[in-house]
Design a protein around this ligand. Structure first.
Ligand code: TTP
Ligand code: MG
Length: 610
């Protein structure tokens, strides 16, 4: 094991202990029950051997002094012989007690395992909601889903079936060791001779097989990632007739998973097979030497019974230890995969976490920004926006418009320069407070598979229905929604209606409006609606907007021209800024685009007149 792996395992243990919160009691009860059940299990062959050797065979030497004094206090051998039913009764009682403790063990460990798995899923989900936005962009959803389901389940199964199982062989070895060695040292040594080999081989096996569990898990993760991506991108696959290629990719990932799992299973089968042979050889040894000693010396028939039952009883838990260790390997791999998520730091407050009242005076000062360690996508951006102003952003695709507004929400930290709102550096404003005060319509709005009402209310779950209708009216989508059979209760997405791009955009606008934030961002949010609706929405917005500072990103000059300030971006640089009247007079990108759009419009008009 490398030191890195070592470190991982250590961390996993910490996670496991953290997840025990609220369930330690159940684990303890389960552990005690397991030990008691193991103890009672050993009494059963012991009672049988006493019956054979002492009661029937009249051999007193086999009795340890404690047992002897107990028997004598109730009336000695004669009493047992005349009340022989006591012995089977004793066995029945032990069996019942054993059953009770097995039940208690199972019940409590099940409560603990399910509870801990729940704790783990809750913690994972919470963590995933708190990690930086960037993390989600870099990790595949399929992989995350696999970790949150399959890996959690591996750990759950490990807790349920294996975690306490380490106690069983330990208890058993101590008790049998004591009884067997006090009974007959020579036979005791023979009876456990092969067990260390079994334990050591299982330990080395565990170490070896560990990485194969990881390979199999990774392959499973890749498989679910391919599947997830294809199901999400089903339209693209169909539209470009890529079924064959995608099928090939899936088949490859599937085969890889099968091959790796098959290899693992083959190794497991070899282990079970060879350890079986070793186990049975041990039992055979005990039996053969037991019979030999019984014939040649004073070893008893009850002794043979006792030793063979104990050896058989010991062999399986000791071998089981191999399985426990192997499963521990699998569980540690799963745990460290979960730790990968937990170890990713959550979003931090770099500054003072203030919660000032936000009015909407914004200033960008020499802002530079790059994703990861790449090239700058924004360079020395400086501009200011006063409360209530409308700021339009124009720029070719990839020029950095979306990045610029994402910076305002602090989805990413700026590389250089400062952004202030009402004079306060945004780094000093508490993250949730900042985001609550900025309403945004994303460039690709996402609607949840919930009702339209719920989708709009996301920004303000307590908003009265009238406010929702009002917002929807401004966004020119109220009438469309009312036309649906179930109106606002219509489900969106997989189990409900499929909305058009424009309808989605307008629902997202309604959602933003319901938030009543002092800063609004519309990232190309009117691109999928026709020019008339675009105008209607903007007019309604203007009427309602009050003092909100609004950013509108668009490629349409008609959408932008009434803004108080227009920012023109080119390759991450702010090349022009000013009002429409100012910019149209300057030579530059704005004028060129305006002319082209004007020309196209005139052509269209002429075309329709002809
Ligand atoms: P954007 O800011 O997304 O560009 P844009 O919004 O102006 O483009 P569009 O009109 O098409 O919406 O991207 C600017 C650059 O940053 C671009 O080169 C892609 C890059 N980029 C990243 O590297 N990572 C990201 O997460 C995003 C959003 C963009
Ligand atoms: Mg964009």
């Amino acid at each position: 094991m490398t030191s890195k792996e070592n470190k991982k395992t250590k961390f996993s243990l910490k996670t496991l202990i953290k997840m025990m919160k609220g369930y330690k009691r159940y684990l303890l009860i389960s552990a005690i029950s397991l030990i008691l059940a193991a103890l009672i299990w050993f009494a059963i062959p012991y009672v049988s051997s006493i019956a054979v050797d002492y009661v029937i065979g009249e051999n007193e030497e086999v009795l340890p002094s404690i047992v002897k004094s107990i028997i004598e206090s109730i009336g000695g051998r004669e009493f047992l012989l005349s009340h022989f039913y006591l012995l089977p009764l004793c066995l029945v009682l032990f069996t019942l007690l054993n059953g009770l403790f097995v039940f208690l063990r199972g019940r409590n460990i099940a409560i603990a395992a399910e509870g801990m798995a729940k704790n783990m899923r809750d913690a994972l989900y919470e963590h995933l909601l708190l990690v930086p936005y960037d993390y989600h962009k870099h990790i595949s959803t399929g992989d995350i889903i696999q970790r949150c389901t399959s890996d959690v389940d591996t750990v759950r199964r490990f807790i349920l079936n294996q975690l306490l199982e380490v106690l069983r062989p330990i208890t058993m070895v101590i008790i049998t060791g004591y009884i067997m060695f006090s009974y007959n040292v020579k036979m005791a040594v023979i009876s456990i001779a092969l067990l260390p080999i079994l334990t050591i081989s299982s330990y080395f096996y565990f170490k070896y097989v560990r990485k194969y569990f990881a390979y199999s898990d990774e392959a499973e993760g890749k498989l679910s990632a391919v599947l997830q991506e294809n199901l999400t991108g089903v339209r693209v696959v169909r539209a470009f007739a890529q079924q064959k290629n995608e099928l090939k990719k899936f088949t490859e990932a599937n085969k890889d998973y099968k091959d790796k799992t098959y290899k693992l299973i083959k190794m497991l089968a070899f282990y079970w097979g060879s350890s079986d042979v070793l186990g049975y050889t041990q039992i055979l040894l005990t039996l053969v030497f037991g019979v030999y000693f019984a014939v040649t010396s004073d070893f008893t028939v009850g002794g043979i019974m006792l030793f063979t039952s104990y050896t058989a009883a010991l062999t399986w838990p000791v071998r089981q230890l191999g399985r426990v260790l192997a499963d521990m390997g699998k569980a540690t791999v799963s745990l460290s995969r979960l730790d990968d998520i937990f170890n990713h730091p959550t979003e931090v407050e770099p500054g003072k976490a203030l919660k000032p009242e936000i009015r909407g005076n914004i200033e960008f000062k020499d802002v530079c920004f790059a994703y990861d360690d790449g090239e700058n996508v924004l360079e020395n951006i400086s501009f200011s926006a006063k409360q209530g102003q409308t700021i339009a952003i124009l720029g070719s695709t990839g020029s950095g418009k979306t990045s610029l507004v994402h910076l305002l929400q602090r989805l990413y930290p700026v590389t250089r320069g400062t952004i202030t709102i009402d004079g306060e550096n945004i780094n000093d404003i508490e993250m949730h407070h900042l985001r609550k005060n900025i309403g945004i319509v994303l460039q690709e709005p996402f609607l949840f598979s919930r009702t339209i009402m719920e989708n709009i209310r996301i920004t303000n779950p307590d908003a009265p229905e009238e406010a929702v209708y009002e917002a929807a009216k401004i966004a020119s989508v109220h009438d469309v929604i009312c036309e649906f059979e179930k109106g606002y209760d219509t489900l969106v997405g997989e189990r409900g209606v499929t909305l058009s791009g424009g309808q989605k955009q307008r629902i997202a606008i309604a959602r933003m409006l319901l938030q009543n934030a002092p800063i609004l961002i519309l990232d190309d949010s009117l691109s999928a609606v026709d020019t008339e609706t675009d105008l209607a929405i903007r007019e309604a917005l203007n009427k309602r907007k009050g003092s909100a500072t609004t950013f509108i990103i668009s490629h349409r000059i008609t959408t932008l021209c009434n803004a108080d300030k227009i920012l023109v971006l080119e390759d991450g640089k702010l090349v022009q800024q000013g009002t429409h009247e100012e910019l149209i007079k300057q030579e530059g990108l704005y004028k060129r685009i305006a002319q082209i759009q004007d020309m196209l419009e005139t052509e269209l008009m002429e075309g329709s007149e002809e």
